[in-house]
Ligand binder design. Structure first.
Ligand SMILES: N[C@@H](CCC(=O)N[C@@H](CS)C(=O)NCC(=O)O)C(=O)O
Length: 346
């Protein structure tokens, strides 16, 4: 079977994937549903579409960020699974995303108020897998963009869902006027190519690179991913420092910033430990830290991925079910993201 040519700013090359996995490399699979909002099958309509997410998942974080920043909270409904997948004892098997708002989080000793039952299909499914199975698919990943009118999955690739929400925000019923709504992917050709280039480098070295470091079981592969990750942070720090620009491509917040945020937001409280990316904290990068706080202060960002879900999700089933609570110095997280001054300017 010839390996599918993929756009590596969206997905990982599948070339020789089986052998690479056998040699201890974490290789992410491809998303199978690639319908497009705005075309004849899926016309953009307010109140018609629905998102299914896990708040700990960085790919889901892309689409919850877009939904909030684009003022689509009132026109696209949302369901949230529990941050830990099913355990070995589950009748349906392990490692499945579950809708279970009553499930107790070890981190808090209580249920997580943001978790929901399944409301999009009208069937009240317990498992995400059942939504895929209803369309003859054995996939099981989140995020999912779902069409409640046709009871069909539109798309399960976060990079494409994010782009569609931006392109169709007005038609989808955004509560923000054109002047107040960010355009995440402006039509200026040179700006788009800058965004595309950044997306590719940040996906490979940071977004997916973090998993390459944290989930690979080969020292050399981990070490290479570790270096690529911190070299890329150095490059981004220098980029922001070059002319004190507020965002990666200049004065405007774009898709490139949105796609970098989920990983850096998780770095100090989760990835530093869980993904063995303990080369430095983001707090040690003065410009990147101020960028992180600047994005965190934007409309709806603080609500887009509660840190409790990230901590519960990444540590809840490993680490003896005991979840690390730090860092607490110089300040606990996410409170620290409200303090750009915490990072000492060099
Ligand atoms: N390329 C996909 C990746 C999605 C993805 O890998 N999601 C993870 C959660 S962080 C998942 O659900 N994995 C489980 C599975 O694939 O069954 C995207 O960006 O949407």
């Amino acid at each position: 079977m010839t390996d599918k040519i993929v756009n590596t700013s969206v997905e990982e090359s599948q070339t020789d994937a089986a052998n690479r996995r056998a040699s201890g490399e974490f290789v992410r699979g491809l998303s199978g549903f690639r319908g497009y909002l705005g075309d004849k099958d899926f016309p953009a309509e307010s109140g018609r579409y629905h998102l299914i997410v896990a708040f700990n998942c960085p790919w889901c974080h892309r689409v919850t960020l877009a939904r909030n920043l684009l003022g689509l909270e009132g026109s696209i409904t949302l369901d949230v699974v529990f941050p830990n997948r099913t355990g070995n004892g589950d009748a349906a098997g392990p490692n499945l995303w579950e809708f279970n708002p009553a499930r107790i989080a070890t981190l808090t000793g209580d249920a997580l108020p943001e978790c929901t039952v399944e409301t999009g299909t009208g069937k009240g499914h317990r498992l995400v897998k059942q939504i895929y199975a209803a369309e003859g698919s054995n996939e099981g990943s989140v995020p999912i963009l779902y069409d409640k009118k046709q009871n069909r999955i539109v798309n399960n690739e976060s990079a494409e869902i994010l782009r569609m929400l931006n392109d169709q925000a007005a038609a989808l019923g955004s509560s923000l006027g054109d002047a107040d709504r960010p355009n995440l992917y402006p039509s200026d050709i040179s700006l788009r190519s800058k965004i595309d280039t950044l997306n590719g480098e940040i996906y490979t070295n940071i977004n997916n690179g973090a998993y390459k470091a944290g989930f690979s079981s080969d020292q050399a592969i981990y070490a290479a991913a570790f270096d690529n990750y911190f070299n890329m942070l150095d490059t981004l720090e220098a980029r922001l420092a070059s002319d004190d620009r507020p965002f990666l491509t200049g004065d405007a917040f774009t898709e490139a910033d949105l796609r970098l945020f989920p990983t850096l937001y998780r770095h100090d409280p989760v990835y530093y430990l869980r993904m063995k990316l303990n080369g430095a904290r983001i707090l040690d990068y003065p410009k990147l830290w101020r960028w992180l706080c600047r994005v965190y202060a934007l409309r709806g960002v603080a609500q887009s991925s509660p840190l409790d879900h990230c901590r519960q999700g990444y540590f809840g089933r490993s680490w003896n079910n005991v979840i690390p609570l730090g860092p607490t110095k110089p300040m606990s997280y996410p409170k620290a993201y409200k303090h750009p001054d915490l990072a000492k300017l060099r």
